[in-house]
Write a protein that binds this ligand. Structure first.
Ligand SMILES: Nc1ncnc2c1ncn2[C@@H]1O[C@H](COP(=O)(O)OP(=O)(O)OP(=O)(O)O)[C@@H](O)[C@H]1O
Ligand SMILES: [Mg+2]
Length: 461
């Protein structure tokens, strides 16, 4: 049944009239004491009227006022930026005049609730993205205070205290940056700077940010770790410098000796001697270029290996035949210490030959005349075998061991170059070992000797 305030009031007045009427009748017949209108009876009647009127007003006010009160409370909470509690969200009324107000209120609260949810989830999404970014992000207020800093920024800048401000951070970054200059950069431009904290190279970008009405709100700082790219860049520069240097030396000799020959006035023996030098330098350049080409092919994955099961002893003997002449020239003794029962090796034939040749050539080169070079081979476990080459040469200092596979790295550049070395041999070995599912380990003691061990599969996997 639909009730309206009008209907309630009408009903209440009718009820009141009826009550007054009935009471008056009753009083006139039995109770009214006409002589004394302030008699007890009359006062009792008055009290009854008052109580009845009060009860009626309580009922009316509850019906009329309580939904309004609830709507008011809810709106107050919304205006304070809070969502109305669930209990205050629902307003029950059967008053027709309130129906549309309550419906509008309910749908307004649902819309706000949905928008707040969207906003919250958007905010938490942004928060998650910021927290999981590899780049550090810091937002500063106009008062230069940190208003947001993500984990990456705290890690990169080694910050534990978020109360740090713009100037403290710039100091930590060893950067002198003018806050106002960034704030008023023309056309939303940003400012980029490069710096270092310890071993870490950092790129830092500063940009101002604004409100929807384009009022300046502060500065965003983005910090990126660029150590790896700086290293790669340095390696590339170093590589170009090394190649140029390695080519320059033999080219200078070739040019010098060939010009001397061209100038004439030389004996036949001198011409032969100088031609020999030219030939040696040309061979050296040829080796350098072919080593570089080989590394470049490996870098671009253009080298494909064809692993097959090979007899280890046969491989070692074949390599021995290839380097024997070189070893004999320096009066080295080469011992092959492995039995016929040594496990097979599963590897690309060309690769294992080159790996062993490069390692053995080093032993020959870096062992003084009359040295001893021993070759061992055996099983590591049922799936793997090893080949170990031990020399009693000059050895490698401990500090150089970790860099020994780097391209162009030589312990003693002058000595190595004199021996025709370019520092690429072990880089090639390492690439080939990795490409053939093997491992390499070098142990060495200065002035005592070097031990190189390679491990490879001993059966087809
Ligand atoms: N058996 C060894 N004994 C002592 N030093 C060695 C030995 N093997 C390698 N080295 C050191 O490691 C450096 C790098 O060796 P690597 O074979 O890569 O280059 P290289 O012999 O100088 O030149 P390349 O092999 O390209 O002709 C050498 O210059 C040398 O200083
Ligand atoms: Mg070498």
């Amino acid at each position: 049944m639909k009730i309206s305030i009008k209907k309630i009031i009408r009903a209440m007045s009718i009820i009141m009239v009826v009550i007054v009427y009935i009471t008056t009748i009753l009083l006139s017949k039995f109770l009214i004491d006409t002589d004394n209108i302030f008699s007890v009876n009359n006062l009792i009647m008055l009290l009854i009227y008052v109580v009845l009127a009060y009860l009626a007003s309580v009922i009316i006010s509850n019906k009329v006022v309580s939904p309004l009160k609830r709507v008011e409370k809810g709106m107050k909470q919304v205006s304070e930026g809070r969502l109305p509690e669930k209990s205050k969200l629902k307003v029950h009324t059967n008053l027709e005049e309130y129906k549309s107000l309550v419906d509008t209120y309910s749908s307004m609260v649902s819309v706000i609730k949905k928008n707040t949810f969207d906003l919250n989830s958007q905010e938490s999404k942004t928060e998650i993205i910021l927290e999981h970014m590899a780049d550090g992000v810091i937002a500063f207020s106009m008062a230069k205070q940190v208003v947001h800093i993500n984990k990456a920024a705290m890690r990169l800048l080694n910050i534990t205290d978020a109360l740090i401000n713009f100037d403290d951070i710039c100091k930590r970054l060893n950067l002198t940056v003018d806050y106002d200059q960034i704030m008023y950069l023309p056309n939303y431009q940003s400012l980029e700077a490069k710096t270092e904290i310890g071993d870490t190279a950092l790129s830092v970008v500063f940009a101002p940010f604004f409100s929807d009405e384009l009022n300046p709100l502060g500065i965003i700082m983005i910090v990126r770790n660029i150590t790896d790219s700086v290293k790669t860049d340095n390696v590339r520069k170093e590589f170009v410098a090394n190649v140029s240097h390695e080519l320059k030396t033999p080219l200078t000799s070739i040019r010098g000796y060939s010009e001397t020959i061209m100038n004439g006035d030389l004996t036949y023996q001198e011409i032969v001697k100088f031609s020999k030098v030219i030939n040696q330098e040309a061979i050296r350049m040829q080796k350098l270029v072919s080593d570089l080409l080989q590394l470049s092919r490996m870098d671009y994955n253009k080298v494909s290996y064809n692993p097959i099961l090979l007899n280890t002893l046969e491989v070692i003997k074949k390599v021995y035949e290839k380097i024997r002449f070189e070893a004999e020239e320096k009066h080295h003794k080469i011992e092959i210490n492995c039995s016929e029962l040594v496990p097979n090796i599963f590897i690309d034939k060309g690769a294992i030959e080159q790996i062993l040749i490069n390692i053995l050539t080093n032993s020959i080169k870096y062992t003084p005349e009359g040295g001893l070079i021993r070759i061992y081979a055996g099983a590591v476990d049922e799936n793997r075998m090893y080949i170990k080459i031990v020399d009693n040469g000059i050895g490698i200092p401990q500090k150089d061991l970790e860099r020994i596979y780097e391209r162009f790295y030589r312990v003693d550049k002058a000595r190595s170059r004199k021996m025709g070395g370019t520092g690429l041999g072990l880089s090639i070995v390492k690439e080939m070992v990795d490409g053939n599912h093997g491992q390499i380990n070098i142990d060495s003691k200065l002035n005592e000797g070097t031990e190189v061990t390679v491990v490879f599969p001993s059966r087809k996997e």
